[in-house]
Design a protein around this ligand. Structure first.
Ligand code: LLP
Length: 430
């Protein structure tokens, strides 16, 4: 992926930095993020839209990977920032991210989250439900401010992806149904409130999506809805936020479409939907995975190698479901290589085990590697999205450090947790 290559010593190099040296300096497990690849993925979206001349605004979904260093990149690349909690909002504000370029998602925003957003004057709230709309309206009224919103619509589309990361289907906890008592009621309520400005609509059909079809269906539903709202309430939909969900390559066999292909189709569909109107909405997208997924590599040190004759060779690494929950949670599949002996031909099929006390803590079942030895460095690719974000302290393992690499320079972005961090919130024993 990206700027990865093998250097003359046979070591995997990422962003011009030798993985062997990174391991010596920062230890393992280590998340390595290729900054150039992050930026180029962001620019791909921008260029794709620029080619269409359709008005657009890109946003980055913090949930995929939220750190202050990432927020800084997002700001520099001119994206908006999507946050879903006060924690993500706090991270962004602490990074100096301009509040007016942030918008807040969430299916169950707390009053304190809404108050925090209003206090810092974030750009928009993406309102998920009528309860929230009422609360937001009350908070805005009590502070006598006006709040801009998008309404999150459930377009009733089933995306072809893992059940747990589908979101746009009818039976989903996210968004308003396209029914009189939900979406239409939301629009009416928003239009009646002097403290709410309804700027447009949002939908998100799922994640790790490889085709354009689902998006096209969603756009059809959304444009039909926008028409009805225009006919019924005279509402001009200024913003159509179509969410994220663009697939990435975890394995050789994954073949995600070029971003320009999604964007071209989406623009075409929106323009067709609005051809009889004298305005077109801006298209907003909020990818997470496509921006950071392939930019991440996790480096591990190989420890126990255990052969069960005629059955399987278990190769254990010094991390596991604590730093990569995705195999356990979604049966996600990964590829790996020996980062310290990248030239050596593969010669055996092994399975990569984590070190947690769970049989399900397997990172990869069956991967081809050169003969593996204890002490080797294993690199697992495509670990930039929903890895650090889903990291946890099961078995009281410490969360890994994160380094950003770029043009041969590595910078520490998050320290490895210390043992003291693990008990930091605990009260002393008296
Ligand atoms: N917008 C909304 C409203 C979302 O719910 C999500 C993801 C995104 C944008 C960004 O989607 P992306 O472009 O990253 O696919 N933990 C799971 C993925 C959960 C996605 C949740 N929502 C995984 O590791 O596959």
């Amino acid at each position: 992926h990206g700027t990865s290559r093998t250097n003359k010593h046979g070591h995997l190099e990422i962003g011009g930095c030798s993985s062997v040296e990174l391991v010596e300096q920062y230890g393992t497990p280590l998340y390595v993020m290729d900054e150039k690849l992050i930026r180029s993925r962001m620019r791909e979206f921008v260029h794709a839209f620029e080619e269409t001349s359709h008005p657009f605004q890109m946003a980055y979904a913090s949930k995929a990977f939220s750190t202050m260093a990432m927020c800084k990149i997002v700001e520099e690349e001119g994206f908006l920032l999507d946050v879903v909690s006060e924690g993500e909002l706090y991270t962004a504000l602490k990074a100096g991210f301009p509040a007016e370029r942030i918008y807040m998602h969430g299916n169950n925003k707390s009053i304190s989250e809404m108050e925090m957003g209003i206090k810092h004057r974030i750009g928009w709230f993406v309102v998920d439900n009528l309860n929230e709309l009422t609360m937001l309206q009350q908070i805005a009224a009590s502070k006598d401010v006006s709040v801009r919103i998008l309404l999150r619509i459930k377009p009733g589309i089933t995306a072809h992806t893992h059940q747990y990361i589908q979101t746009g289907q009818e039976d989903s906890k996210f968004g308003l149904d396209l029914t009189p008592s939900q979406a239409y009621a939301g629009v009416q309520q928003a239009l009646q409130s002097s403290h709410i400005e309804l700027d447009g609509f949002h939908c998100h059909i799922g994640s790790q999506i490889f085709d354009v079809e689902g998006f096209v269906h969603a756009i059809k539903r959304m444009t039909a809805f926008a028409h009805h709202c225009h006919q019924m309430y005279g509402l001009q939909t200024n913003i159509l936020n179509l969410g994220g969900g663009f697939g990435v390559r975890y394995q050789e066999s994954d073949s995600p479409l070029p971003i320009s292909q999604y964007v071209k189709q989406m623009v075409k569909e929106v323009q067709a939907g609005f051809q009889n109107f004298d305005w077109v909405p801006e298209i907003w997208l909020e990818p997470g995975r496509r921006i950071v997924g392939e930019a991440g590599t996790t480096l591990y040190t190989i420890g126990t190698v255990k052969e069960i004759p005629n059955i399987r060779k278990y190769v254990a690494v010094d991390g596991g479901m604590t730093d990569n929950l995705r195999p356990a949670l979604y049966q996600a599949q990964y590829e790996a290589m020996l980062a310290n002996r990248a030239f050596e031909p593969v010669s055996e099929v092994v399975s990569i085990a984590g070190k947690c006390c769970e049989s399900g803590d397997m990172l990869i079942w069956d991967v081809s590697l050169p003969p593996v030895r204890t002490g080797d460095t294993l690199a697992v690719s495509c670990t930039g999205a929903y890895h650090y974000a889903l990291a946890n302290n099961y078995n009281r393992l410490r969360r890994p450090a994160i380094v950003f690499v770029n043009d041969g320079t590595a910078r520490l972005v998050v320290q490895r947790e210390s043992l003291d961090d693990l008990i930091r919130l605990e009260q002393a024993i008296v």
